[in-house]
Write a protein that binds this ligand. Structure first.
Ligand SMILES: Cc1cc2nc3c(=O)[nH]c(=O)nc-3n(C[C@H](O)[C@H](O)[C@H](O)COP(=O)(O)OP(=O)(O)OC[C@H]3O[C@@H](n4cnc5c(N)ncnc54)[C@H](O)[C@@H]3O)c2cc1C
Length: 601
């Protein structure tokens, strides 16, 4: 299944060039086959998960396992697994579409996501042929459930400093593992665990450990605030003998597995959040349409309409960045396979290229989801606080997304740190583009695609890129921020700069998606225009806040006033009438009683 190669590009290239609308992949570009997958997932969720959600929420392990097995029998684990190992061997986009649909299932979506992601990908990308033959068919059918053990009581964000040890036996046939793991999803129901341990105390390595191996055990279930239908336990390893053949990848190269697997995980987490946002919007609309106060439907109050508009813009933008990044990755993988390089190593290189975009998706979508579930609950008033209304579950379930797959703090540091590394090693010609922008008045950042439609958003986008260039130049000047010689001492700068980067990718993806609909003469084009403008107002506020914090925090006494004036000049955003646009967006959603930009309806 092809998503064509129009999205081929380079990681972070959005900062220095602007794609044309037809160069990016959007949710509207999903094929009939993608939509059939979405439909199969929806049918499974409607028939198998939603009717049993209350029982699943009580964490009945037998029920959870049986539902996962049923998902396997329905082919929902097979998408990315190659045909020779019992899978369908389809493109990433097919998996993203299904992950989005499962996003509405709370804890079950975590169990599903682990099985199709961090549990099978280490074997898929790094396993030997024997490991693939032995384990992938079982994971693909759901006969076996998988889990991924990286975090430990003493090491979460600092995952590579894990203390679990692995010692090679004298005869070289097996390793002996000792240690413990914490917060392991699917911990209490899995058959196969990828466990990270230090060989000889210092060589970080991944191992495949089967459930029944003597000395291996899982602890009791954690009592979590959300995603209650997923299993989360500690793991204990006491003299666990693991065959040497179960080492995944190379000894001492476990970091490559841990970090690379995270890239894809972050994108899938982001897309899953979109599914959860759509459900929260539906719940808020259903409640707001039937509930009256002061003889008026809740959805007719302008203040609540603004909430609906904000939820729609957040969801639209999250979709836009998820499908754009997925399309970029897919297109680059397809191009590599056209040139005969279909190896998993090549796919990993593509994922690494877009690791920044994956992290952006994780941060943006998890925070968008938090806002959406919060406002959906608020629209329910007191009833939102009562568990009988499912919106409370969505609120609790959302919170974990900012914590796992790397906390949002760690991801923000990564987004900027990773960019700086590429600039310093010559992978991204950012410095040259900044010079060009400063000498030729900013043509490098101006949005070539800006026609009459949405010209104001194109203008705002060009300003956002100029703002980025200005603040990053400011941070590199020795007078300000002491030249950023030690990045760890300037975490705030990295995080606030990440906010600027994230917002540029978000606004640009939204703008390009809307432009595609306008250029295609879509019936709903004016609604796409509205949502892009509404997003511009939101992005402008966030860009101002981040730029101001950077200037206040990192200007020298002498340069502060001039720096402040510059960011104010750059950030003269076009006018957006949020009152009119917000009301229009809300009414469009009320009309269809769901997210009005749904492509899988
Ligand atoms: C429900 C659940 C399921 C999970 N599933 C899995 C799983 O299947 N497999 C697995 O291996 N792990 C799993 N985890 C673990 C998860 O990945 C970690 O909880 C997460 O990475 C954070 O680690 P920590 O909890 O130790 O927090 P810490 O690392 O102690 O962080 C605490 C706070 O300090 C901040 N912080 C840490 N370091 C820095 C820094 N350098 N600079 C600035 N701020 C910093 C963090 O952002 C955070 O706000 C799960 C966790 C939960 C709660």
């Amino acid at each position: 299944m092809s998503t064509d190669t129009k999205s081929k590009s380079q990681g972070y290239s959005f900062l220095i060039t602007t794609a044309a609308p037809d160069e990016i992949f959007t949710p509207e570009d999903t094929s009939d086959e993608h939509r059939q997958f979405a439909q199969s997932a929806d049918e499974f969720i409607d028939q198998e998960i939603l009717p049993e959600l209350h029982a699943l929420e009580k964490l009945d392990r037998t029920l959870l396992r049986s539902k996962l097995q049923k998902a396997g029998e329905n082919g929902l684990f097979t998408i990315e697994i190659p045909e020779e190992y019992g899978g369908l061997g389809l493109d990433l986009m097919s998996q993203l579409v299904v992950s989005e649909r499962f996003g509405a299932c709370g804890g079950f979506s975590v169990a599903y996501g682990v099985q199709t992601g961090i549990a099978s990908e280490p074997i898929l990308f790094f396993g030997t042929d024997e490991q693939k033959e032995k384990y992938l068919p079982k994971l693909a059918t759901g006969e076996w459930i998988g889990a991924y053990g990286l975090a430990e009581p003493g090491s979460g964000s600092d995952a590579l400093s894990a203390r679990t040890t692995a010692t090679l036996s004298e005869d070289g046939t097996h390793y002996v593992l000792n240690g413990s793991k914490s917060f392991i999803s699917n911990g209490g129901i899995a058959d196969l665990y990828t466990i990270f341990a230090q060989v000889d105390g210092k060589q970080f390595t991944a191992f495949l450990v089967e459930k029944d191996t003597p000395g291996f055990s899982c602890g009791t279930e954690e009592d979590k605030m959300g995603i209650k239908s997923s299993s989360t336990t500690t793991l204990s390893l006491e003299d666990v003998k693991v065959p040497a053949a179960n080492v995944v990848g190379e000894i001492g190269k476990g970091h490559k597995i841990a970090l690379n697997i995270l890239n894809l995980g972050r994108l899938k987490l982001g897309i899953g959040a979109v599914g959860a946002m759509k459900l929260a919007i539906k719940q808020a609309l259903a409640y707001g349409i039937q509930r009256k106060q002061f003889s008026t439907r809740l959805v007719d109050f302008p203040l609540l309409q603004q909430k609906i508009a904000a939820m729609l813009a957040a969801t639209y933008t999250s979709e836009a960045i998820g499908y754009r990044a997925g399309g970029q990755i897919n297109a680059n993988i397809e191009e590599a396979s056209e040139s005969g390089e279909t190896s998993f190593a090549q796919q990993l290189a593509v994922l690494e290229e877009f690791s920044g975009e994956c992290a952006i998706n994780k941060v943006y979508d998890s925070e968008a989801l938090d806002m959406v579930v919060d406002e959906a609950l608020q629209m329910h008033g007191g009833y939102g606080f009562i568990e009988e209304y499912d919106v409370a579950r969505g609120y609790r379930d959302a919170r974990i997304s900012r914590i796992y797959e790397g906390t949002n703090e760690i991801n923000r540091l990564f987004i900027t740190g990773n960019l700086f590394k590429r600039v310093m090693t010559g992978r991204l010609p950012l410095t040259a583009e900044i010079q060009k922008a400063l000498t030729d008045g900013g043509s490098a950042t101006s949005n070539g695609a800006g026609g009459a439609a949405l010209a104001d958003v194109a203008e705002a986008l060009a300003s956002a890129k100029r703002l980025f260039m200005f603040v990053s130049t400011m941070l590199s000047r020795s007078g300000d921020a002491a030249g950023m010689t030690n990045l760890n001492e300037h975490q705030e700068a990295l995080a606030w700069l990440a906010d600027v980067i994230i917002e540029i990718y978000a606004l640009e993806s939204t703008y390009l998606r809307a432009m595609r609909r306008i250029e295609a003469g879509d019936d709903e084009a004016s609604l796409h225009e509205d949502v892009a403008r509404y997003q511009m107002a939101i992005s402008a506020g966030r860009l101002d806040r981040a730029a101001r914090a950077l200037v206040d925090g990192f200007s020298s006494v002498d340069s502060w006033a001039a720096n402040l004036q510059t960011i104010r000049q750059i950030g003269t955003w076009p006018r957006v009438n949020q009152v009119e646009i917000g009301r229009r967006l809300a009414l469009a959603a009320v009309d269809v009683e769901r997210y009005p930009f749904e492509v899988f309806a």
